[in-house]
Design a protein around this ligand. Sequence first.
Ligand code: CTP
Ligand code: MG
Length: 228
Amino acid sequence: MEYTVIIPAAGSGKRMNAGKNKQFIMLGDKPVIIHTLSVFEQDPHCNEIILVINEMEREYFKELLCSFKIQKVKQLIPGGAERQDSVYNGLMKVEGANSLVLVHDGARPFITIEKIQELVKKASETSAAILAVPVKDTIKKVNNGLVEETVERSSLWAVQTPQAFHVQLLRQAYEHAFQTNFLGTDEASLVERLHKPIAVVSGDYENIKLTTPEDIVYGESILNNQQK
Ligand code: CTP
Ligand code: MG
């Protein structure tokens, strides 16, 4: 099934502390955002990429798209203060009332076409699906430096992007979130508030989000492994 993907890339990457938007950090021979975009560029089921950017970086994004021959980005949409605002701006540009829409962080360059296909297949059956991996660490609730409790691990999953939804469901979830002043860190948390079922598809542990400087070191080793 065909889909449109919204890629939020309008953050400033504060936790990465790189002095620039982390999307522009080089991984091997390409900036992070180009690794991410290339996967969707190569996926024949992806119709269009809606890239959400910081307006101040528009010219640089345009240059990158041109030099790396990314052709599925038809629109560069200005982002907002929070990730949720950025995705919302992108969502307003999705055409067609029956399409499937994916949202994928620009800072997750190791997504594979195989996982996208598994996710899309599931979302076409259920209207909502996300990628996630079982949590490996023991997780505890801590309050004022003291352990409150150990959370039962067997039901904990770390969620990733892409997350895939029927476009009308996602629009409804975003409208509801804004009306109720809810700010979430992923799309599923908005859809959950409509009490709609969301299917979970097993992801790859390597589909990390580049967030802090250690992630770049790990990212380079993932890239080297993929190229072997
Ligand atoms: N993002 C966005 N608009 C925002 C904030 C984030 O489009 N206002 C994007 C980021 O560019 C990133 C993705 O959402 O691709 C996930 O967000 P995160 O990892 O938090 O990135 P940043 O917000 O850039 O990083 P930080 O929170 O460390 O500042
Ligand atoms: Mg952020």
